[in-house]
Design a protein around this ligand. Sequence first.
Ligand code: NA7
Length: 542
Amino acid sequence: VENSSPIRLDVVIVGGGFGGMCATYKFREMGLKIQSFEAGGDLGGVWYWNRYPGARVDLPSIDYSFSFSPEVEQEWTWSEQFAAQPELLRYIDFVAKRLELRKHYQFDTRVTSATWDEERKLWVVKTSRGEVFESTYCIMATGPLSVPRDPDIPGLDRFKGRVIRAGRWPHEPVSFKGLRVGVIGTGSTGIQIVQDVGPQAGELFVFQRTPSFTMPMRNEKLTPEYVDEVKRNYAGIRNSARNSAVGGTRPQSTRAFFSVTPNQRRVLLEDAWKQGGLSMLGTFSDLLQNPEANEHVAEFVRGKIAEVVKDPRTAEALKPQGYPIFARRPCLDSSYYETYNLPHVHLIDCINDKIIEFTEKGIRTESGETELDMLILATGYDGLTGALMAFEVTGKDGRTVNEKWAEGARSHLGIMLEGFPNLFMTTGPTGPAALANIIRISEHDVEWIAAAMKYMDAHHLTAMEPTEEAEQGWMDLVYELSQRTLLSKAKTWYVGANVKDKPQGLTLFTGGFAKYAELCALAAKDGYRGFQFDHRAESAAR
Ligand code: NA7
């Protein structure tokens, strides 16, 4: 039943991940009347859903945390360099309590449609509870990785064993003891699951289509001395993160690969391998541009795989071939390759032994049937555009986001859409999402949106949207920059290759976080030149 009189708001916020939390805090502090929605039962987004064993962030926790609240920075203490999912959820809970965020949320509530009312200059937002809200602004903090997808393999319903999706992991503990467990998917998620579940399962079968490059995480407990130093220096740490390409403190090199001797290169790569984390990516400046340099590093990692994995056939199958290293999201592991040395862990190379179907008992590949008690799907997401296209978002003239994005994602600055006034995205497609620290991007986008709202308020404006030319200009720039990198040379969710019939192409901003922030600031300067506005008087006269 719909509520008879819609609730009038200033801002609706869709999403309870980092982006939504940040937006909720900011707009509440601005004194705006807000209402936030989250489909899950609590805050956390990706970290709420991905409770699978071994789930862990692959950026340093110090970077992967909010910077907008000095109180939170000082009062919260990270225990590990790369926090595990339970600690991330504790952090999210701490922030929510400290900043009183939960009271603004309706949980277990999906926004089912958002429709722009051009007459009244507001968004009409309907939810799965049947309520209707009217709001001047609508913030889509729906996340780049929030719509998990099942593999395109027939017969999943037929399988009689238990099916668990990584991105919808149950809240109660799952035992693998004595079970024959199958895992499909060897991206960041699958790799974390394999190394954790492998030692626990009765038998583990890993169904691998595309092998990933994974490098040692070398996670560590953080010492009190280190934490103290970080807390003293947060301002500086945040500042350097904001001025970097990745939105973090990871060192970046200015040294081109072929500018040093083969011997020196080897030493630098060995050092980075020992150091762990994403240091490999920081060894040379041109690894994402120069295919030959890239191939040398790829070969270095393949050599490491061969050193660890005892069975030569398994080692060979685990070596990624045919796409540049770092063009798929580089994975970080602690014992992934070692797991294949356990006698009860088996790799099934689905490039040479294709999956045909699920059966009642398990999975049939060309070579035969593998019987399983449990199947874990780590088969990825309808990335970047999936969440916003999963419900009905209708802008001016009845045009939907689905129609607008039929040929691929388009937006201005990854934040606003031509034809969708007063609708803002955080970490939207055509921004640097996926290529830089998502929390830095979320905070940046929320600040940009807040400034735009203040500008509108100060100038008595009721509606704002980018011009077609400005959006096209941004898309041209995104395209031009993407041509300089190797990122589109692998079949990944970055380019939409993992979802059937999805438009293909790299729409991410590849110019780095700092450059992105600079361009967003420039777009706001001098009265938001690439935008068109409606004046209060003007709309009242209609
Ligand atoms: P990814 O990186 O998209 O990985 C999904 C994996 O699932 C990948 O290995 C896929 O192989 C595999 N997959 C998907 N469909 C199939 C079928 N039908 N058969 C076999 N294998 C299949 O998702 P993740 O969740 O691991 O990581 C997402 C992001 O989270 C990651 O980039 C980080 O930013 C954190 P394919 O490559 O399609 O051959």
